[in-house]
Write a protein that binds this ligand. Structure first.
Ligand SMILES: [Zn+2]
Length: 435
């Protein structure tokens, strides 16, 4: 909604003063304040309006207001907003489900205060956004309110939290559990991402995290979800350059995709290769740095990898959804054979990747590792997870943000993919894919 113009009646009131001089001053004042109001204050709202082409509501600021009785989380928006609050336990959280909102909030905003220990926000599906509030103690969300301010057309969406005893919170969790499960149900993203396919090899590029799940956050505020999306999009460009492959992205924008949906996209597309891109943080080991390629395994190669996979596997919980079981066909003999063959391909590709990337990227001291990442569980799609580097490492952060580095590494990744497919098709007795 556009900001309302300056109230005209103020000018009339000033103009009705007796002397001509006063009238002149009043007119000048009115014009100046009019210009100020129209240019300075609502400028951000006007900008935000233009910044969102899809017509979503834009959130431009947020504040936590806390007193002894309640904590209010207030979002400033360019239009009215309706949402629904749901409660979930262990850990205690309040989830606010919303239509698509374009969050353009200042990076330095406070994320904690009163009953809120932390909150995050973002796209939860293409047409829905979500705010996830981690509670410092049990609290219930009262009704959500959206109010307009007449002077500039800004809207304020307020989430009010009030403390409650653990029993009261448990009741709310029980009441909301069914609704929460329904919101996590498939959102149609899978079919939309796959589209029409032909005979060329299919590669699924999977930028980790997204939307309400930022992944690792570096000290300067840069997030894993941004870094891996930029990398994934550049990789797609590279792979599509020569027309040899069909590339499917699990996400092309800053949206949440569940781990099960990522695997589902790879399986339903009958992908020939699945590459998950990450840049995590290992706070317990800031010395860990450099590119690492993981393949899936129940048995982690080392304790750090096990911890990393464990944290990575909680991505769905971070977005407030229950972990969905990924059907891996365990116990099915044919599927077991397929899985063994697939693992062989995954390992082979991981080795090509490390060999090709050695010359352009700084590798981890042990660049080939294994761990039980849920996203690598498709039994019939060769899959790897590449940690481009670690946001916990000062040495890695600068590289990860550099477009030149991205150019170089996507180039050698594309070369490794070329080697993989040429070898694989040659071994199958098929002609290599034409260049
Ligand atoms: Zn990650």
């Amino acid at each position: 909604m556009r900001p309302a113009p300056i109230p005209y009646r103020d000018r009339e009131r000033h103009a009705s003063r007796p002397t001509a001089k006063l009238r002149l001053i009043a007119a000048v004042l009115a014009i100046v304040s009019c210009i100020l109001l129209l240019t300075l204050y609502p400028a951000r709202i006007a900008l935000a309006d233009e910044a969102d082409a899809s017509g979503s509501i834009v959130a431009i600021d947020v504040e936590i207001e806390a007193d002894a009785q309640e904590t209010r989380l207030v979002f400033k928006l360019n239009g009215p907003l309706e949402g629904r609050a749901l409660h979930t336990g262990s850990p205690e959280r309040v989830i606010i489900d919303l239509p698509r909102v374009n969050f353009q909030l200042p990076a330095d905003q406070a994320r904690t205060g009163g009953l809120i220990s932390h909150f995050r926000y973002g796209l939860f599906a293409r047409d829905r956004s979500r705010i996830v509030i981690d509670l410092a103690e049990p609290a219930l969300a009262g009704s959500l309110s959206s109010q307009a301010r007449e002077t500039d057309g800004a809207h304020f969406f307020t989430i009010t939290l009030r403390p409650v005893d653990p029993e009261g919170f448990a009741e709310a969790v029980a009441r909301d559990s069914q609704d929460l499960a329904e919101t996590a149900a498939r959102n149609g993203a899978v079919a939309a991402q796959i589209g029409e396919l032909d005979d060329r090899p299919v590669i699924v590029v999977d930028p980790g995290h997204g939307g309400v799940d930022p992944g690792a956050v570096a000290s300067g505020g840069v997030t894993e979800k941004e870094i891996v999306l930029a990398f994934g999009l550049r990789l797609r460009e590279r792979l599509e350059e020569k027309g040899r492959y069909q590339v499917i992205m699990t996400r092309e924008e800053d949206v949440f995709v569940s781990l099960a949906d990522r695997v589902r996209i790879a399986r339903e597309a009958q992908a020939d290769l699945f590459i998950s891109i990450h840049a995590d943080s290992i706070s317990s080991a800031p010395q860990v740095s450099g590119l690492t390629v993981y393949t899936g395994s129940e048995q982690a190669s080392d304790a750090e990898s096990a911890r990393l996979a464990e944290r990575e596997n909680r991505a769905d919980a971070a977005a407030g959804i229950e972990e969905e079981r990924i059907d891996t066909g365990v116990g099915d003999i044919l599927m077991d054979l397929t899985r063994r063959e697939t693992r062989g391909f995954s390992h082979g590709f991981a080795r090509y990747l490390v060999e090709e990337m050695e010359s352009v990227a700084r590798l981890n001291r042990n660049p080939l590792r294994q761990a039980g990442f849920r996203v690598l569980r498709a039994p019939d799609v060769p899959s790897v997870l590449v940690e481009l580097g670690y946001l916990s490492s000062r040495r890695d952060i600068d590289l990860l943000r550099s477009p030149e580095w991205r150019d170089k590494t996507t180039q050698s990744m594309a070369e490794a993919i070329g080697v993989y497919f040429t070898t694989r098709f040659a071994n199958r007795g098929l002609a290599p894919v034409s260049p």
